[in-house]
Design a protein around this ligand. Structure first.
Ligand SMILES: NC(=O)C1=CN([C@@H]2O[C@H](COP(=O)(O)OP(=O)(O)OC[C@H]3O[C@@H](n4cnc5c(N)ncnc54)[C@H](O)[C@@H]3O)[C@@H](O)[C@H]2O)[C@@H](O)CC1
Ligand SMILES: Nc1ncnc2c1ncn2[C@@H]1O[C@H](COP(=O)(O)OP(=O)(O)O)[C@@H](O)[C@H]1O
Ligand SMILES: [K+]
Length: 505
């Protein structure tokens, strides 16, 4: 799914109105219907809805929603400002249509502070959407601060009021803090970054049928990895295949005291479908690795830490977890980097070694995949003021170096050498535990061995990793789940994928 900025979203609305037999009013009705359906499916019927409406079309959505909820027998209050006369035509019509339902209580926005809210209230924010053009202050800020303190579920329509769709806000800016955001048609960039996304709660994208031609032809180099992307990438296995066709994965990982990282990476590679898997590690890991992952072959690269790296043609290499940064390891790794021509997956200490030897950046084989967490990214490419600037820098460096940079985050950003960025939306806070990144390296390397193109391996691998995390969370909890559980759940994720692709097992 493409990510558009607010002016492109306005263009998408306008294009749809111009090219379809649909008016602005009808489009607003579609948006309100989609919200009403979501609320009726998700929220208990005995709820009392309090809908706060601004003077733009976001407010218009709120007014239409109030009418639809009331029409369906739900208890509804609306709050409006005094400036109804400045409203768009569609918003004004929806204000007038409230009269069809005299049972809807209409209040002034500023009267909210005096109101006795019912115990089973839900607050709906339709104050500002994509038309926000400055930070919120004055009476709107007072209202939002008041609503944020009430002990009720809060739901935003399209965008939490106070957030811009496509840029950062000032620190301490006033924003409606939503538990859920019902947003139309597209993810907005601000939902995907920690500084702003934290205000959105759970994001639900509702289809309001904006014109396909516009969506296809309007350029954007930022995307969200959606199910359609994944179904296209996933290659089901042929029944006549054999291990020789499913690639050879080499994981180079582990040192004394950090052999767990190697175990996680190699097990993830095997569970992700690698035909043959080798773990290259120092002697101190031999027994540990052979016992915990008998499916993988063991090859020696040192005693307590790696001192020499083996180069083999026709293998996909993933290097870094638990490797350590001993000077001998660093020296051997830099030589390996120089001698290798095949794309590889580079993580953790391998990235730290590169960061300490900046000249080695240009030795990274083209099409390699780097998987830094924010601190590793900073060591490699320098610090940035915020996550918006960080993704811009990652996008630039990926293109300059001809590599894929997987910038690990809640919504991990996959920056491809062609200058595009894919945001991943699977995964959860249960994955914030040492070892999750090692699993990711194993998954991506395994996909690379199975002949997924590097960019595909990165996009698909990050999605699989997050999806396995979501499955693991359902069975456990964000606190208790383990990186090991991600590996166990890969089976269920592939099962779902192959069932959805219409395979019979
Ligand atoms: N255009 C369309 O066809 C559709 C629009 N939709 C809705 O329309 C919204 C966009 O509507 P608008 O462009 O009217 O914009 P908004 O409803 O977001 O509000 C813009 C209004 O708020 C004022 N404003 C902006 N920032 C302010 C601030 N900080 N303090 C006080 N006032 C401020 C502006 O001057 C303008 O009057 C979307 O988010 C969505 O909810 C939906 O109905 C779907 C269809
Ligand atoms: N809050 C979160 N939401 C979603 N994914 C997360 C979250 N925290 C961590 N992750 C994922 O878990 C992995 C952690 O990687 P990393 O920091 O390298 O861990 P480690 O090196 O300890 O294995 C990344 O893929 C990251 O995207
Ligand atoms: K809103």
């Amino acid at each position: 799914m493409k990510i558009f900025n607010s002016s492109q979203i306005r263009k998408a609305d306008a294009y749809t109105i111009a090219h379809e037999p649909v008016t602005e009013l009808k489009l607003m009705e579609r948006a309100a219907e989609a919200c009403a359906k979501w609320l009726e499916d998700e929220i208990p019927r005995e709820t009392v809805f309090y809908i706060f409406c601004g003077s733009g079309n976001n407010g218009g959505d709120g007014l239409a929603l109030a009418r639809l909820l009331c029409h369906n027998g739900l208890s509804t209050h609306v709050f409006v400002g005094e400036s109804n006369e400045q409203a768009s035509e569609a918003r004004s019509v929806n204000f007038q249509r409230l009269a069809e339902h005299p049972e809807i209580a209409v209040h002034q926005l500023e009267d909210a502070v005096e109101l006795d809210f019912e115990a089973n209230s839900v607050l709906v924010d339709a104050l500002f959407g994509t038309g926000l053009n400055r930070e919120i202050d004055g009476k709107y800020a007072e209202l939002i601060n008041f609503l944020n303190e009430l002990p009720f579920r809060r739901i935003s329509i399209d965008v939490p009021s106070g957030l811009f769709a496509d840029r950062l806000i000032k620190e301490n800016a006033t924003v409606f803090t939503a538990h859920d955001t019902l947003s139309f048609q597209f993810w907005k960039q601000s939902f995907l970054h920690p500084e702003t996304g934290a205000f959105c709660g759970n994001v639900h994208i509702l289809d309001i049928g904006l014109h396909k031609n516009f969506v296809e032809s309007e350029p954007s180099n930022r995307f969200v990895t959606d199910d359609a992307v994944i179904f296209q990438l996933y290659k089901p296995r042929s029944p006549f295949t054999h291990k020789g066709k499913l690639g050879k994965t080499r994981i180079i990982a582990g040192s004394y005291g950090k052999m767990g990282a190697a175990v996680l990476a190699v097990k993830a590679a095997v569970h992700c479908g690698s035909g043959l898997t080798v773990i290259e590690a120092p002697e101190c890991g031999n027994e540990i690795l052979q016992t915990s992952c008998p499916e993988a072959m063991f090859e020696l690269n040192g005693d307590q830490y790696a001192t020499a790296f083996l180069i083999n043609e026709n293998e996909s290499v993933g290097v870094g977890p638990g490797l350590g940064t001993n000077p001998d390891t660093a020296k051997a790794f830099l030589k390996f980097l120089q001698d290798c021509t095949q794309p590889m997956v580079i993580d953790a200490d391998a990235l730290n070694i590169i960061a300490s030897n900046p000249d080695s950046l240009k030795m990274i084989p083209k099409d390699s995949i780097l998987t830094p967490h924010p601190k590793e990214f900073e060591r490699l490419f320098g610090s940035t003021a915020n996550s918006y600037e960080r993704v811009d820098l990652a996008q630039k460096m990926a293109a300059e170096l001809g590599v894929t940079i997987v910038l690990k985050d809640h919504f991990t950003q996959i920056c491809l050498p062609d200058g595009s960025v894919y945001y991943n939306t699977t995964g959860n806070a249960g994955m914030a535990k040492g070892g999750s990144g090692d699993v990711l390296l194993g998954i991506i390397t395994s996909l690379l061995a199975q002949k997924y193109e590097p960019a595909q391996a990165a996009i698909f691998g990050v999605w699989l990793h997050g999806k396995a995390g979501d499955f693991a969370m359902q069975k456990s909890s964000v606190e208790a789940m383990l990186p090991t559980d991600l590996i166990s759940e890969l089976g269920s994720v592939f099962k779902c994928l192959s069932e959805k692709k219409g395979q019979i097992h």
